[in-house]
Ligand binder design. Sequence first.
Ligand code: AMP
Ligand code: GLY
Length: 424
Amino acid sequence: MDESGGAEADRLSRVRVLVIGSGGREHALCRSLAADPQVTEVHCAPGNAGIAQVATLHRVTSTDPAAVAALAVELEADLVVVGPEAPLVAGVADAVRRAGVPCFGPSAQAARLEGSKAFAKDVMAAAGVPTARSRTCATPEEAAAALDEFGAPYVVKDDGLAAGKGVVVTGDRDEALRHAAACDRVVIEEFLDGPEVSLFALCDGTTAVPLQPAQDHKRAYDGDEGPNTGGMGAYTPLPWAPEGLTEQVMSETVFPTVTELARRGTPYTGVLYVGLALTSKGPKVIEFNARFGDPETQVVLDRLATPLAGLLLACATGTLDAFGPISYRGGAAVTVVVAAENYPADPVKGDVIEGLSDEVEGAYVLHAGTASDGDRVVSSGGRVLSVVGTGPDVAAARAAAYELTGRIRLRGSHHRTDIAAQAL
Ligand code: AMP
Ligand code: GLY
């Protein structure tokens, strides 16, 4: 190896990573990064009580592009990984890259795939991606006409970021109209029927590689009852998924989207989260997100055997083509979210969490909304913990996850008891 190659290899074998965010997804990211032999330091801002066990925390407002870029430079980070959508839409990845630090996360322009449903629909139409037929509506008259065009059940989506509260799916036309009236601009679309799948594609601006598909459980209560949430549990792999699903979604959706964004001069770097409905007419896109899904990431990263830092760095530096195949550990992972009393409406915070040091073989706890209060860990968000169970198959992973969930004590908390049950 010549000298510059040696220096490059040396640089890549001592990677300092800064992760932005504070949820269960970020705990999973930090945990996987800390387990990567290339990684010497993991930093996180702002983080939570669990992330503090695997990363050095920094008090930085995650949506402040200049502050995040300054922290990355100060830490001499080799890679910044942006977790949530709000910093991406605010331009954090742009600022980090301008400061000369490789960043895993799309630019503000490319993150509009999540930040604006109308933009996402426009890109999908241009790229020929299979998705629900839709209308973008700015007035009550337009909304009423679109509702009648597509019929019930009605799907009304706030055009902008709405922290999981922007979508109303209802059979009640008046409720659909009220939601449209409460938003500035909405996308109204045809209802897609079929099981939902989350597929994460890692993108480097010109090409992409898929991770293993997962399934989320979005409703708050068992049997898919109750209000929509950020996600109450997830599992991977999907034993029931049709053969060739990933390849089909890559060729019909991911590659055309990445190509379209590059053509527009806003190449997509980071993870493209494709939310799909497997309809009778094939997989169709329900939504794009510009980030890893939470809690799907917790299970997907658990099964990933390929060291994470090198993979994300290849995306951030546009070298994914040269990266070898991705490998998995086999078996399954299931995560159960422990949510605070009154989540998702108005979660109660500040309660002590007990049982965190209990051990169950093959299971562990990731923190989502937690904070340290002296030596105690207290709840500080709606989704408080993401308990992960693993095993040779979904049944074993599920049993491990629920056994450990049963050891956790948090006053008023609730969790679903049917995560991954359909897969059995
Ligand atoms: P989102 O906030 O975009 O993740 O949407 C929340 C949930 O609404 C999705 O996970 C779906 O369950 C449901 N949803 C969104 N769009 C549609 C659609 N066109 N047809 C059926 N369900 C949908
Ligand atoms: N788990 C759904 C999401 O991250 O949007």
